[in-house]
Design a protein around this ligand. Structure first.
Ligand code: FAD
Length: 694
């Protein structure tokens, strides 16, 4: 054992007992144990070498600590030191809340200057001491203290029933959302295999978890590289609008994100890092598109057919996990004359590498997230930009949206033990159900204002309108065109930089906001309803994706040759807890129907939870020597009745909003009306009363 000790002098022994249970003589170890610390990163300690810290001067340490988030330091320092003075610091509601719903929003909390100074001083003292002791391996401290530490980092009390989920989000155990076996592993593990379709965020997680669990798998990916959304969306301005610290898998906590909101190339770097770190590439068949997935009743196996570089290829597997995303098939509008256009015309997800922008007259059609991200960047580079807008969308000023993080933040990630973990937790908390959830629910009794659907919705709407006025007050014509009719959050909210965004772009001399309807595309440009032909060199379709056509265009046939489209014909795609469908055994959809996070929390979290659920079902099949698992009709109906009931209270049910959140049947197939905590509880253990195992 190394001489590494925590500041309190505790020896570095594994502090966390593994939860294990014996099923028919086979010991199963679950990644998720009581505190989400089944086997923490090196059993609850951080053992990365910190040579950089060893060389840091006192002044450098003091300077860097000045860049740390006070709430993060508060929780982390309490955890590492147990200092009662830190525990006694208080958080209070900020005088003015923020319209940035990603940063605490209307209920944003603050710590007093005196308390911040105390916490920083303690952190400086700790870090100097740690450096002077050799900056070696370090223990997270008592696990029983973690709940209190998280509460201090959150700034408020947390629901006790959800604590295990939040401890998972702290990402001390990179494999908390997977499963493992104790030795000896069951014999049947050898003959068991899985096909994963897609190598984006969901498919890579599935692959890493399957590999960790020792289950044989193959990944089929239609693109030449990993990354999914971020491999495809490379337009200028493409970036996340979830904070990047919450946009990693729990095993990715140590990836150093240099931006609060990373552009596409940084996201791509992350997914490449995942593929390399977990050595997944050898199991991925690139340039290979799955075309059909058919259940073979006799063999109780799936037959997956795909087209790849060597022609048609067929795989057979016990289980299929679809990780094809919902935003991976561009939606191309049917505008007359598109094929006559003499310039270049393409979708945002197909941005040509060789496109020279300088001097070009460019049209952007569509004002969802992509259109609003793209326009301000094009305005800086192109000759002229015309933004064709049918409907405006709400934009939310989000500080730091377009700015890299100060390097000191990444320095802290590298040198202050568990800093990245606590930043991740806090970011997830601020974007989670307890904070963000309230914006997404409407108040059925709200009658005070026809434009909003709840008191807090009105506050956010007023805040957004203030922001629009600040930017467009001198352009009343533009201001009017940029105020949406739908209430905020009933359609996709769009995070923008407070200093430079689409609102700044449309007042520039080289940008025109066009609201007259498009009549047709001509050889030279676009003809609008007012009779003007806008002459163009390039037309960009920022028209979104076929989000409601789940699994399309793959053919998927379950028991008795029934196609999935028949099951979903009535009112669009549905699933049991977002992942399974009766009659389609051993099929798990990641990012399946009603899993697009819309209740607080992120897609990545739900994909991880679904993956763990799928792995637990597989474990059951293997251990119990069964062939298939699928939801009962009753379970499927029960879950979907809850969805239907719940979505009546969601903002997106407002009829004024039109976007991919609702399908042509008037319900949502995409949105998850629950917070991640609900999904966590639903997905933590298979409920065999609602599953048919044969
Ligand atoms: C511009 C943009 C910005 C976004 N920003 C955010 C954000 O800020 N926060 C957030 O949470 N989400 C965001 N999203 C949603 C994003 O899609 C998810 O966050 C996440 O990337 C989904 O990962 P995935 O693996 O499930 O799907 P995808 O990333 O879509 O990956 C699916 C993969 O499956 C492959 N595939 C599809 N069909 C087949 C087939 N038949 N055979 C073989 N391979 C196939 C695709 O090529 C792709 O690689 C954004 C999406 C877009 C388009």
């Amino acid at each position: 054992m190394s001489s590494a000790v925590s500041e309190e002098g505790r020896p570095l022994t594994g502090t966390n007992s593994l939860k294990s249970e014996h099923q028919h003589g086979v010991a199963v170890v679950e990644g998720s144990s009581v505190l989400g610390l089944g086997r923490a990163r090196s059993e609850g300690h951080d053992d990365s070498p910190r040579t950089e810290l060893l060389e840091a001067t006192d002044a450098q340490i003091e300077h860097a600590i000045g860049f740390a988030d006070p709430f993060v330091l508060r929780g982390l320092m309490y955890q590492l030191t147990g200092d009662a003075r830190i525990e006694a610091t208080t958080a209070a509601r900020a005088e003015a809340g923020s319209v940035s719903y990603l940063d605490g929003g209307v209920d944003a909390l603050v710590i007093s200057d005196a308390d911040i100074a105390l916490v920083r001083a303690r952190a400086v003292e700790f870090l100097k001491g740690y450096r002077d002791r050799g900056a070696g391996s370090i223990d997270i401290g008592p696990t029983e203290r973690l709940e209190r530490s998280l509460t201090l980092a959150a700034g408020q009390e947390m629901p006790t029933g959800d604590m295990t989920m939040w401890l998972e989000e702290l990402a001390l155990d990179p494999w908390a959302r997977g499963v493992e076996w104790q030795t000896p592993t069951p014999e049947r593990l050898q003959g068991f295999s899985v096909v994963v379709i897609g190598a984006g965020m969901g498919g890579l997680n599935a692959a890493a978890q399957l590999k960790h669990a020792g289950i044989d798998f193959t990944v089929i990916e239609k693109n030449p590289g990993v990354g999914g959304t971020w491999f495809e969306n490379r337009y200028p301005g493409a970036r996340v609008d979830s904070p990047s610290r919450s946009y990693t898998h729990i095993f990715g906590v140590d990836f150093q994100y240099p931006w609060a909101f990373c552009p596409w190339d940084e996201n791509q770097r992350y997914f490449d890092w995942v593929a390399d770190k977990f050595e997944l590439r050898d199991q991925i068949h690139f340039d290979t598109e799955a075309t059909s997935v058919v259940w073979d009743e006799d063999a109780a196996e799936w037959e997956v057919t795909a087209e790849g570089p060597d022609g048609t290829r067929v795989w057979r597997a016990n289980v299929v996990m679809t990780a094809v995303g919902i935003l991976s098939r561009p939606s191309i509008p049917a505008i007359e004359g598109m094929d006559e256009f003499e310039g270049r015309l393409f979708h945002t997800a197909r941005w040509p590498e060789d496109l020279e922008l300088s001097g070009k007259r460019i049209a952007v059609i569509g004002t969802g997230c992509s259109g609003y991200q793209l326009t301000p960047e094009l305005a800086l580079q192109a000759g002229h930009v015309s933004l064709f807008q049918r409907k405006p969308n709400w934009v939310f000023p989000t500080p730091g949206y377009r700015t890299p993080l100060p390097p000191q933040v990444n320095w802290l990630d590298r040198n202050l033990p568990f800093h990245a973990n606590f930043v991740r937790f806090r970011t997830n908390w601020l974007t989670g159900p307890e904070i963000v959830g309230k914006y997404l629910d409407l108040d059925p009794g709200w009658n005070d204002d026809p434009h909003s659907r709840s008191a807090v919705n009105k506050v956010m709407r007023d805040g957004c309108i203030d922001f629009l006025r600040q930017k467009l007050g001198h352009h009343p014509d533009l201001l009017e065109k940029m105020i949406p009719v739908h209430p905020p959050f009933s359609a996709r909210p769009i995070a923008v930089d407070p200093d430079y965004s689409v609102l700044d772009a449309i007042v520039r001399d080289n940008v025109t906001l066009v609201t007259d309807p498009i009549v047709r595309v001509t050889r030279k440009g676009i003809l609008t309803g007012d009779g003007i032909e806008h002459e163009l060199d390039v037309i960009v379709l920022a028209t979104g994706f076929k989000a409601n056509e789940f699994l399309w265009p793959m053919e998927l046939r379950g028991r008795g040759g029934v196609g999935i489209e028949e099951v979903w014909a009535k009112d669009g795609p549905r699933a049991y807890i977002g992942t399974m469908v009766p009659g389609f055994p051993n099929l798990f959809m990641l990012y399946g129907p009603n899993t697009n996070a819309y209740g607080g929390g992120g897609i990545v979290n739900i994909e991880e939870m679904v993956t763990r659920y799928a792995l637990k079902c597989m474990q059951h099949l293997i251990v119990e020597e069964k062939r298939s698992v699928e939801p009962s009709e009753a379970g499927y109906r029960r879950y979907n009745a809850v969805i239907d009931e719940r979505e009546k209270r969601k903002m997106y049910s407002d009829p004024r909003a039109h976007n991919y959140y609702r399908n042509e049947h008037g319900r949502s197939s995409t949105q998850c009306p629950f917070g991640t905590e609900f999904m966590w509880h639903s997905l933590i253990e298979p409920d065999y009363d609602e599953l048919i195992v044969a």
